[in-house]
Design a protein around this ligand. Structure first.
Ligand code: NDP
Length: 251
């Protein structure tokens, strides 16, 4: 058996209807997994599932709503019979100076990026126990460890995701559930299109600072996600792995 074979495994990928989530979902499907993609935009979601093919389905869900998270797990099990892998990738960023954030802005970012991740982990837990184990991959950010002036709530949410990852890993290791986080650097997606519009010179800055000399593409995250979703990582848990072309190690 290949160390990266996911045949017969079933994954939920939140925010799998575009960007990094779709790149990861494609990688999981290519290695044999069935994938349930989620997001709020059904049109994008149906198109993404069609792109992946017969092993994929899409379900509308808002991860900030606990009831939607519980329903997603039920849908994955109804469609594919089980759940083995959860990729908490759905996320938003609001860019403002800290003093200008409203209470509603703060809650939108935290509810989606941090609370949504926690609710879905909770919802998946009984199903992971039923099948004898599971893999949780939380998509955090280099902003979990690097400061930036215009996305303080986002950074707080991603630092929280990394901390939550360690806590859940300790809580559920005895259930054969491995919980890890990926910290992507700058990746070309709709999220960073809006950052480029907001920060003059960002495109060139990222290329110049990144030792790899380029922006990431959604598929650059797929290999690490496949590793963390499969048997090769059975003794890896609680880690936060950088995947950023070296952006964060540059002095
Ligand atoms: P995109 O904006 O392209 O994708 C975000 C995805 O999240 C969309 O599929 C969106 O779908 C979904 N989403 C947002 N809010 C919700 C919600 N409440 N419920 C369900 N789904 C939701 O961004 P990226 O692909 O760039 O980002 C993916 C993840 O990677 C995020 O967590 C982001 O913070 C993280 N990241 C991205 C980096 C980058 O450079 N791009 C760098 C570091 C981390 P819909 O709108 O249909 O709901």
């Amino acid at each position: 058996m290949s160390m990266f074979d996911l045949t017969g495994k079933v994954a939920i990928v939140t925010g799998g209807n575009g960007g990094i989530g779709l790149g990861i979902a494609e990688g999981l499907a290519e290695c044999g997994a069935s994938v349930l993609l989620t997001g709020r935009n059904a049109k994008k979601g149906e198109a993404a599932a069609r792109k992946i093919g017969a092993k994929a389905a899409f379900e509308v869900a808002d991860v900030a709503r606990q009831a939607d998270c519980a329903r997603l797990v039920q849908v994955a099990v109804a469609k594919f019979g089980r759940l083995d892998i959860l990729v908490n990738n759905a996320g938003i960023s609001i860019r403002k100076t800290p003093q200008d954030f409203t209470e509603a802005d703060w809650h939108r970012v935290i509810d989606t990026n941090l609370s949504g991740t926690f609710f879905l982990c909770q919802a998946a837990y009984p199903e992971f126990r039923r099948v004898g184990g599971g893999k949780i991959i939380n998509i955090a950010s280099v902003n979990a460890i690097l400061g930036a002036p215009h996305n303080v709530p986002y950074a707080a949410s991603k630092g929280g995701v990394a901390a939550m990852t360690r806590g859940l890993a300790t809580a559920w290791a005895g259930d054969n559930i491995q919980v890890n986080a990926i910290l992507p650097g700058w990746v070309e997606t709709e999220m960073t299109d809006s950052a480029k519009a907001h920060i003059p010179g960002l495109t060139e800055y990222v290329v110049a600072r990144t030792p790899a000399g380029r922006w990431g593409k959604p598929r650059d995250l797929a290999g690490l996600a496949v590793f963390l979703a499969g048997p090769s990582s059975d003794w890896v848990t609680g880690t936060s792995m950088l995947c950023d072309g070296g952006y964060s190690i540059r002095a």
